[in-house]
Design a binder for this molecule. Structure first.
Ligand SMILES: C[S@@+](CC[C@H](N)C(=O)[O-])C[C@H]1O[C@@H](n2cnc3c(N)ncnc32)[C@H](O)[C@@H]1O
Length: 496
């Protein structure tokens, strides 16, 4: 067998033996499918985990060894570049670019290979006996990773090198051919793996075929032909399927555009239809799907819509926040099986966890700072923002109104940004309420947030009615445009 060597390559056994150094997960946020009734235990919760994925993979192994049915990853591609996500301020639809992640490998290809190899070895341990893994890359590094995948998963378990071809509209080169496809490597764990022939994964007929066919009033394809007793006929022969079983070249899925419902302003966001094909083909309802580089959460979103359980993680807190909102807003996104309709369902319960032991001092992204303060440690925040609310109470019924939000670091913010902030509410991207916060964990019972398409935020909550009179604690959480999270609690007394 051919094996790739590089500097610093660890032995598989060493990677696996480091597994004892695991860190426990902490629950950061809870969302329940029934907003006012939270079951803290005994029920499957989808998991969105903030942190470095190597530590997360190791910790997941304690509970999920051989239990994950499908892994899709879209890691950095070793491009040497930086990738952005878009931030919006208040009602403004204009965007500011913030770096989402850097894909620079100062120590060269070796360091990239070390990075991915270690993680792939751990991912293999999580996969179920009938599971599969899809690794999304491009020309920069996919040829090296193909060899590594052969080594870890076995050449015999290689299934496809999928070419996802899309038009590269902005390519300017005239010195070589324009690069316009990504590579997705598909491996299974064994020969006994899930693979579904589902018409929803089919590729559309090519234009040549479509031109040769006719469509009836209902849009069903047919051709004229058939025969009887050796005689050629010219009757309608219907084609039962809408397309063909997919080849390994996928050129029927366009790249994300800003005018689509699914657009999240994340520069390397992948299309939901790409994940739909992968998830429908390689998993069944109720299976566990994982994405350890989940970005804007495309895999998790599609898994949720297709009735799969999901686990996702990302080291960027902004990603986690984008995904939180994307999942909560799912009912207004395209139905994965009937694209022209809205999904129209509330998401299942999910928890946001974190694992990082790092000091979590809030840092304001450079894009907001005036020149003098960019990249300075000074802008690490030790003081928390100040929020004020008004509690409207009638007996045991409560509404919370947001009336002010002040940041203690206004001096650091650039004038250009300050001009865009017309009111305190422009600083707020998301807020939520735990009406009965006896727990240490924040239960998001009511929330309002802005999305890339809808910039409206409700400043007054819906009414909440307490079942029991007495003392309660209301906690209010704000996530602002800088990504900073603030929680403040208020005691109240209710009488029925
Ligand atoms: C190419 S993007 C994924 C995009 C995603 N497929 C989507 O559709 O939005 C890669 C993501 O991996 C994350 N990432 C990179 N290194 C990571 C690490 N070591 N641990 C966790 N996340 C990481 C980045 O923050 C980034 O969000």
């Amino acid at each position: 067998m051919v094996i790739l060597k590089w500097n610093g390559k660890k032995k598989e056994s060493d990677i696996l033996s480091e597994m004892d150094e695991t860190s426990p997960f902490c629950i950061h946020d809870i969302y329940s499918s029934n907003r006012f009734s939270f079951k803290l235990v005994d029920e499957w919760k989808n998991l969105l985990i903030w942190g470095e994925n190597k530590a997360i993979l190791k910790s997941l192994l304690k509970t999920f060894k051989n239990r994950i049915n499908l892994i899709y990853i879209d890691p950095p591609f070793a491009t040497g570049g930086e990738f952005n996500l878009k931030i919006q301020i208040g009602k403004n639809k204009n965007y500011l670019d913030k770096i989402a992640y850097t894909d620079k490998w100062r120590e060269g290809v070796d360091s990239y290979l070390n990075f991915l190899y270690e993680r792939l070895v751990l991912m293999k341990e999580l996969l179920a006996e009938n599971g599969s893994i899809y690794v999304h890359l491009d020309w920069h590094i996919s040829h090296y990773i193909k060899l590594i995948m052969d080594e870890i998963f076995g050449c015999e378990n290689f299934r496809n090198e999928i070419i996802w071809a899309y038009p590269a509209a902005s390519a300017k080169t005239r010195r070589f051919f324009i690069r316009s496809y990504d590579t997705i490597l598909f491996y299974s764990i064994s020969d006994d793996y899930v693979f579904n022939d589902n018409p929803k994964i089919y590729q559309e007929f090519s234009d040549r075929v479509k031109n040769a066919l006719k469509k009836d009033d209902k849009g069903v394809f047919y051709y004229r032909g058939g025969s009887h007793n050796g005689k050629k006929l010219s009757r309608k022969v219907y084609i039962e399927k809408d397309g063909i079983f997919p080849r390994d070249v996928w050129n029927d899925i366009p790249y994300i555009r800003a005018n689509t419902v699914e657009y999240q302003g994340f520069s390397t966001q992948k299309p939901e239809r790409l994940l739909r094909r992968i998830i429908l083909a390689s998993s069944n309802e109720g299976d566990i799907i994982a994405d350890f580089f989940c970005g804007s959460g495309t895999t998790l979103t599609v898994a949720e819509k297709l009735g799969r359980k999901w686990i996702g993680c990302d080291s960027n807190l902004y990603s986690i926040h984008i995904i939180r909102k994307r999942i909560l807003n799912l009912s207004k996104s395209n139905d994965a099986l009937n694209w022209k309709k809205f999904y129209n369902k509330e998401p299942n319960s999910f928890n946001i966890l974190n694992i990082d032991k790092e000091d979590k001092i809030n840092r304001i992204p450079n894009v907001f700072l005036s020149k003098d303060y960019r990249n300075k440690k000074l802008v690490e925040l030790r003081e928390t923002p100040n929020l004020s609310v008004k509690i409207h109470q009638k007996d045991n019924k409560i509404r919370v109104e947001l009336i002010d939000y002040k940041i203690p670091f206004e001096d650091f913010i650039s004038d250009k940004i300050k001009k865009k902030i017309k009111s305190y509410s422009d600083l707020i991207d998301y807020w939520s309420i735990d009406f009965d916060s006896g727990n240490e964990i924040f239960l998001n019972m009511w929330f309002s947030f802005r999305t890339p398409k809808s910039r409206i935020l409700s400043l007054k909550s819906d009414e909440y009615q307490y079942k029991e009179s007495g003392s309660h604690k209301i906690s209010v959480k704000i996530i602002d445009i800088f990504g900073i999270e603030t929680i403040k609690s208020y005691p109240i007394k209710t009488i029925s």
